[in-house]
Design a protein around this ligand. Structure first.
Ligand code: ARG
Ligand code: ZN
Length: 876
């Protein structure tokens, strides 16, 4: 590659700094052409640094340095060292005041890291290493400082000037606003935030368990003030939930959320001043789907929960990122489960993990939950750190039980409050409260890879025992390292051939219950279960108790038995998924097994008629596994043959169950008053799933019904479903019609427009690619807005399997061109967007080579550090 290779940073090289910044005073002058930042830092020797050193090292990136002072004395250029990414000095003092002045250019900042402008307002994104684009600083999470921030800006354009903590003073003079903020909690620089704009505030209050009155504020651009209710309600629910479930209270008098349109990720937990991608906060029933409502509730919760898991206890270094992210995802998933349908949340999370994290673990960017090295930390905000990290926390809770887990989390928060901690510290707390040795368990943090677990049954009628033999093996991952056995908690139950659940009584008397958790710790291990009269079906890995690929010896009949009778709802869905996968693979090679199809149809009909099964679960039972899950099952399988087989199975279900679907579709309620509550959400989800099947089976009859739904819907859930189905399956005239009607209805709504872009790239026909390219030229498309890039280019590559993977390789060529272009503006987004190409080794040889050729081409260009890391690792 035509540039100096970026350097890797290793966990094993971690050293505490010689000095630490105890207090930070920042003064921002927001001027039209640039911004002047003056900082005054109270610096002390760091008691945690074991080696004698006088090095004071500050990070900086794209800063114009105007002045440096130590203890009031200006320094000459020979008195400090400056490189492209740092400023350092040798200083033999125990305490000193460091001051510097920098000039930055927020309006030229297209990377959206540090201080930038979005839609006319100033905002910041400092995690992970954005603060160094604002001023020279010890921009590392183990330096915790108390921040005081002064903002001076034009009063007309930026009357709202916000930063972390509490407002100390706000004055208006000579056409300027001057606001001073103070945050009493020491925090790392990645949690710093500043916002300045002309914003409208929606306000509410919350009283904490101990009686603290907290003001809640959501700041939005004019015109969006009616879209805040759901986020405010979600915030209050989050605050109550964290008090009840984790005993954690909010700690400031003010909690603010700001919505911005240009944002690289979902949202950011800056202390007291969360900044959100507007699509993750703004919603009304008319503009946002049930899924969007759920996502907003989850993200508002996630960022709020970070106040403890992330802010009060933060990370020592970025290798510990999952300490806050994995734990916080676990917390927000529990919150969402408690607010909505627990069963559905789990199924969705497992599907997501298998569709995204398992392929990551099998690909060139595979890394452990606590990685050993990185080049660019922004590339490590991954499904492994977040979602697998959450699974690891979940396994700890399964192993300890809910009560000890809560004791462990209390001990963790109390012990490390106000400190920067490690994943080892978290596990230490769990060991302390349980008395368990979790040394081997910690391999989940240090080893990458998805374990393959096989479980076989042996029944002995004479002794009435069932012996389960488990074997685990984890294939090598990208770094070539050999894997040691993991501790795999296997939640299991038994179901007799007559459908009754059996108690599990193990030989060693450890278990005697309807469900047991079997810890598989060895490469091979057995479990003997007593008192078994005949061979039962075994229901394994209930609720997906570990992130593994399971292989068992159940027959098709036994799976059908479990679909109907397993007391564990998750496993009923899982067995259904396994049968779908089996049928699809049969069709890839030859034909469906007719007997299995018949048995499946019978089961599905029963489930659909069963009032005890939630409507939303019924919808999930009718959803087939995504194509990407098949690459884990059959390496190098032709993805388009999977897609065709999957479509054939969908059509078969649509045709065979047509009468049932029709009857159900007609009988489900239509709510005139929208509410985001589980009952309504379930009905809408099932109804729209049925509509899709009905369209597949009989377009002629149902296109009109879908059109009517599109025109008459009073909520976005129903309107968007109808829109999507007509665009995907409808005839061209109908598709074009709804595309233009939808645009004229929603052209002024940024959030809905994203959906307008997204839906159009999902239609697969001979014109798909040219349509996608046309959208990039549309007046409402902007390369500067990551949401629009994701909605058009990202959605094309991730969701339009047929067109992206078209045999001519044009989809790959298009993606690579776009990645190269976007890398010039926004490296983080480019490095994410290239993801689909990096999995080239999983595809068939011909596709794989075409994907790789595009990576080779990218590698000849000058790339950002972000994109360089991903491209070089996927070619290496
Ligand atoms: N801590 C944020 C969250 O998960 C993610 C922000 C990461 N941003 C980034 N540019 N890498 O809630
Ligand atoms: Zn987070």
């Amino acid at each position: 590659m035509s540039q100096a290779p970026a350097k890797a940073i290793f966990l094993k090289d971690y050293l505490p700094p010689a000095f630490t910044t105890k207090e930070t005073f920042l003064d921002f002058e927001l001027l039209p052409e640039h911004t002047i930042v003056r900082s005054r830092l109270l610096v002390e020797r760091n008691p945690k640094c074991g080696v004698p050193s006088n090095l004071f090292l500050l990070d900086g990136n794209e800063l114009e340095l105007l002045e440096v002072r130590v203890d009031g004395q200006p320094l000459g250029e020979s008195e400090y060292q400056q490189t492209a990414t740092s400023l350092s000095l040798e200083i033999d003092k125990d305490q000193f005041v460091f001051e510097c002045t920098t000039r930055i250019y927020p309006d030229r900042n297209t990377a959206l890291e540090g201080l930038y402008i979005s839609g006319g307002m100033y905002c910041t994104q400092c995690e992970a290493e954005g603060f160094r684009r604002i001023t020279f600083f010890q921009d590392r999470p183990d330096v915790l400082s108390v921040f005081t921030t002064k903002i001076t800006a034009d009063l007309d354009k930026y009357p709202t000037a916000l930063s972390n903590g509490n407002l100390v003073t706000r004055t208006e003079e000579n056409g300027k606003v001057i606001a001073e903020w103070h945050d009493p909690f020491p925090k790392p620089s990645y949690l710093f935030a500043l916002v300045a704009g002309d914003l409208i505030c929606q306000e509410d209050r919350f009283t904490t368990q101990s009686g603290r009155n907290v003001t809640l504020q959501i700041f939005v651009e004019q015109g969006n003030e009616h879209k805040c209710d759901h986020a405010l309600a979600s915030l209050k629910r989050s605050m109550t939930w964290d008090e009840e479930v984790y005993g954690r209270e909010y700690d400031l008098d003010l909690f603010m959320i700001v919505a911005v349109d240009h944002f690289n990720m979902g949202a950011m937990e800056n202390k007291g001043l969360n900044i959100f991608n507007s699509s993750c906060v703004l919603a009304t029933p008319e503009t946002a789907t049930d899924d969007a409502f759920a996502r907003i509730e989850g993200i508002v919760g996630h960022e709020y929960f970070h106040n403890w898991s992330g802010n009060r206890v933060t990370c020592r270094d970025w290798f510990q990122l999952s300490l806050k992210e994995g734990f916080t995802v676990f917390r927000d998933a529990e919150f969402s489960s408690d607010m909505g349908s627990r069963a559905v949340k789990r199924l969705e999370d497992v599907s997501f993990l298998r569709q995204h994290q398992f392929p990551e673990d099998a690909g060139p960017m595979a890394h452990a939950v606590r990685p050993a090295s990185y080049m660019e930390i922004s590339n490590f905000y991954t499904v492994t750190i977040y979602e697998k990290g959450s699974e690891v926390v979940g396994m700890l809770r399964t192993i300890l039980g809910a009560d000890l887990f809560r004791k462990g989390s209390d001990l963790y928060f109390d012990t490390f409050d106000g400190q920067a901690a490690t994943t080892d510290d978290f596990v230490w707390a769990m060991e302390q409260v349980s008395g368990k040795d979790l040394t081997q368990f910690k391999r989940w943090y240090s080893q990458a890879g998805t374990p393959r677990l096989s479980v076989r049954r042996a029944f002995d009628a004479a002794s009435q025992t069932l012996t389960l033999t488990a074997a685990q093996h984890t294939p090598e991952t990208a770094d070539g390292s050999k894997k040691e056995p993991f501790v795999i908690p296997v939640a299991l139950g038994l179901v007799a051939q007559n459908g009754n659940a059996l108690a599990i009584e193990s030989e060693d008397k450890r278990f005697n219950a309807a469900q047991a958790v079997w810890l598989v710790e060895e490469a091979e291990q057995t479990l003997v279960i007593n008192g078994i009269a005949e061979l039962p079906a075994v229901s394994l890995l209930r609720d997906f108790s570990a992130p593994v690929l399971l292989e068992d010896d159940l027959t098709d009949q036994e799976r059908i038995l479990l679909i109907g009778n397993d007391p564990n709802g998750y496993n009923r869905w899982e067995q259904c998924q396994i049968i779908y996968k089996k049928l699809i693979l049969q069709k890839v090679d030859a034909e469906f097994d007719e007997a299995l199809l018949k048995a499946l149809k019978q089961s599905l009909r029963q489930l659909l008629q069963d009032d005890a099964v939630e409507n939303a679960v019924k919808a999930e039972l009718l959803s087939l596994p995504a194509e990407s899950e098949f690459l884990q099952l059959v390496p190098n399988i032709d993805i388009l043959s999977v897609e065709a087989a999957r479509e054939a199975l969908r059509l078969w279900i649509a045709t065979e169950l047509f009468a049932d679907f029709e009857q159900m579709f007609g009988s489900l309620e239509s709510y005139s008053d929208y509410a985001f509550e589980p009952e309504q959400v379930g009905v809408r989800k099932l109804k729209n799933t049925l509509l899709e099947y009905l369209l597949l089976a009989n377009l002629e009859q149902y296109q009109g019904i879908a059109l009517a739904q599109f025109e008459q819907a009073s909520n976005m859930t129903d309107q968007l479903s109808a829109f999507k189905y007509i665009v995907q399956y409808g005839d061209e005239a109908a598709a074009n019609k709804v595309i233009s009607v939808f645009l004229s209805q929603w052209a002024d709504d940024v959030q809905v427009l994203e959906q307008w872009f997204r839906v159009q790239v999902s239609r697969s026909d001979e014109n798909t690619l040219s349509r996608v390219k046309t959208l990039l030229d549309h007046e409402l498309f902007e390369y500067q807005n990551p949401n629009k890039i994701r909605a058009v280019i990202g959605a094309f590559a991730m969701t339009n399997v047929k067109s992206f993977h078209a045999a001519d390789g044009k989809g790959y060529e298009f993606l690579a061109e776009q990645v190269a272009k976007i890398d010039q503006m926004n490296p983080q987004i480019a490095a994410r967007l290239v993801g689909p190409l990096t999995k080239w080794k999983s595809y068939d040889l011909s596709r794989g080579q075409k994907m790789k050729a595009q990576l080779d081409l990218l590698a000849t260009k000058v790339l950002s550090k972000d994109l360089y890391e991903v491209v070089s690792k996927s070619l290496g």
